[in-house]
Write a new protein. Structure first.
Length: 429
C-alpha cells in the first residue's frame, strides 16, 4: 500500500540544491522516514540520479551502529563522494549520532559539525530526519543558525487518508476523526487494534520521549494529567491560570502557572499540540492570552481520553485547523469588538469570535466552523462574526453536514467539510 504524499515531496523538490540542510521533522510515526527513503528516493532515481550517487543511512538500524560515531559517519560519506559528480545524502534518525556541542578536539566530531561540513561541498545535497525526542525545532534553530531548512510532516491529511480507505467519504471522515491519520493505522482493521496502537504509542513513545528529554520524571503524573486537561479542552480558549485552577478543583493538586507554561512548551516542541493565538482583527494586534490548543493528531488525543469525549464540533475544528496548517497557513483565532446598545439603552462592548483567521503571504481568509446549519436563522448566527469584519478578504463558513458549495446573498462562501478537505484549492472557489 503506497500513500503518495505529494505536498511534502514538492516541498523537498522545491528545496533541492538550495545550499541548506533539509531537515524533516514531525511526530514519531508520521511518515518522515518513508517520505525520505521511499518517495523522495524514488523521485531522484526517476529523475536520472544514479543509485551510487544517493548515500542513504538509517542510524537507528544496528547494522549502521558504527556510524553513530560522528567522525566515522563523516569519513564514510567522504569515501562515497567524487568531486566531479552530484550526490544526495539521506540520513534517517540522525539523533543517534548527536554528540554534546562542547566536545574537545579529541572526541567524535559532533553531528552538527558533520552536516555543516557537508554543506561546504558544492556537489552534496543533504536531507535528514530526526526523532522529536532529541531533534526538535528549537534544536534546529540553535544548532544550524540559518543553515537548516525545515520541512514539517504532519500525519495523513483526510485526502491522503481517503486515497487508501476502503469505503465512502462519510465513513472515512468518521474513522478519520476518531482514529486520526498516523499512516500505520491504515493496516489495522479493528477498533481494538487501532486503540492499542494509539494508546501504547502515546504512553510508551511520546510521553517517555518528553519525560526523558526534559527530566520531569518526578512530576510525570502531573504532566500526564495536564495532557488530559488540554485534550478535553480542544477548541476552547484557555490560559495557565485557568488550567491551574482546573487542577485545584478537579485534581485536588497544585500546578503553578510557570510549570504549566513550561509543560505546554514541551508538548509544542514535540509536535503533539499546536497553539492558535487570538488576533484582534480591527485593532490589528495579537492578544497573548487566552489561547486555543489543537492536537496534531486527533486519534492520539482521543486515545489519551479512552475515546470518551468524541465531540463532533470540537473534532471538526481540530481537523480544519490541521488542514489549514498543512496547506501552509498561519492560523489565529479572530476577535472582533463592537459597541452595541443594550435593551435599556446602555452602551456595551460586544466581542465576536471568528474560529480561524488564516494567513499566507498576501492572502487571508476568515473561516467559521459550523457543524450544522439547518435553518436560515442558524446561518445568520454563524455569519454574524464575519459580518463585523469590514475588509475585502474572503469570508467562509465550513459546514459539517453535506452542503452545496455556494455564495449566499451576503457574499459569504458556504461549503461542506468534505469539499473543503478533499480539494486542496477549495478556499479559492
Amino acid at each position: 500500500m503506497t500513500i503518495q504524499r505529494d505536498i511534502y515531496l514538492k516541498k523537498l523538490i522545491d528545496r533541492m540544491h538550495n545550499g541548506m540542510i533539509k531537515i524533516i521533522t514531525g511526530i514519531r510515526r508520521s511518515g518522515k522516514s518513508y517520505l525520505l527513503f521511499n518517495i523522495f528516493y524514488n523521485y531522484l532515481l526517476t529523475s536520472g540520479v544514479k543509485e551510487d550517487n544517493v548515500i542513504m543511512l538509517n542510524l537507528e538500524e544496528e547494522d549502521n551502529a558504527e556510524y553513530r560515531d560522528s567522525h566515522k559517519l563523516y569519513e564514510y560519506i567522504k569515501t562515497k563522494i567524487k568531486p566531479s559528480e552530484q550526490y544526495y545524502v539521506l540520513l534517517d534518525e540522525v539523533q543517534y549520532a548527536i554528540s554534546p556541542s562542547d566536545v574537545t578536539s579529541d572526541e567524535p566530531l559532533p553531528l552538527y559539525g558533520v552536516l555543516n561540513g557537508l554543506l561546504r561541498k558544492l556537489n552534496v545535497d543533504v536531507y535528514v530526519t530526526g526523532s522529536n525526542s532529541r531533534f526538535l525545532s528549537s534544536d534546529i534553530r540553535t544548532e544550524f543558525r540559518g543553515r537548516g531548512d525545515e520541512v514539517h510532516v504532519q500525519p495523513l491529511s483526510f485526502s491522503e487518508f481517503m486515497s487508501t480507505y476502503d469505503g465512502d467519504k462519510y465513513d472515512g471522515l468518521r474513522d478519520y476523526m476518531t482514529y486520526g491519520g498516523l499512516p500505520q493505522l491504515t493496516y489495522f482493521k479493528t477498533h481494538e487494534q487501532k486503540t492499542e496502537y494509539l494508546t501504547n504509542l502515546f504512553a510508551e513513545t511520546y510521553i517517555k520521549d518528553i519525560i526523558s528529554r526534559y527530566g520531569i520524571k518526578r512530576n510525570s503524573n502531573e504532566f500526564g494529567e495536564l495532557i488530559d486537561v488540554l485534550a478535553s479542552a480542544i477548541g476552547s480558549l484557555t490560559n495557565p491560570t485557568k488550567l491551574s485552577n482546573t487542577f485545584k478543583s478537579t485534581k485536588n493538586k497544585t500546578l503553578s502557572d510557570t510549570t504549566i507554561v513550561k509543560y505546554i512548551g514541551y508538548m509544542e516542541d514535540s509536535f503533539l499540540i499546536d497553539e492558535a493565538k487570538q488576533y484582534d482583527v480591527k485593532g490589528k494586534k495579537y492578544i497573548n492570552s487566552p489561547k486555543k490548543y489543537y492536537f496534531t493528531d486527533l486519534g492520539l488525543r482521543n486515545a489519551r481520553l479512552n475515546f470518551r469525549q468524541l465531540e463532533e464540533t470540537h473534532a471538526m475544528e481540530n481537523v480544519i485547523f490541521n488542514e489549514l496548517k498543512l496547506r501552509g497557513y498561519s492560523v489565529d483565532v479572530g476577535i472582533v469588538e463592537k459597541r452595541e446598545k443594550s435593551n435599556d439603552g446602555k452602551s456595551l462592548r460586544k466581542k465576536y469570535e471568528i474560529d480561524f483567521v488564516a494567513n499566507q503571504g498576501y492572502k487571508r481568509y476568515y473561516i467559521q466552523s459550523a457543524f450544522a446549519m439547518p435553518t436560515a436563522e442558524k446561518e445568520r448566527q454563524e455569519q454574524r462574526p464575519l459580518s463585523e469584519v469590514n475588509d475585502a478578504f474572503k469570508k467562509i463558513i465550513i459546514v459539517g453536514s453535506p452542503t452545496m458549495t455556494r455564495y449566499n446573498k451576503d457574499g459569504f462562501l458556504i461549503m461542506g467539510l468534505y469539499d473543503f478537505l478533499l480539494n486542496q484549492n477549495s478556499l479559492e472557489l
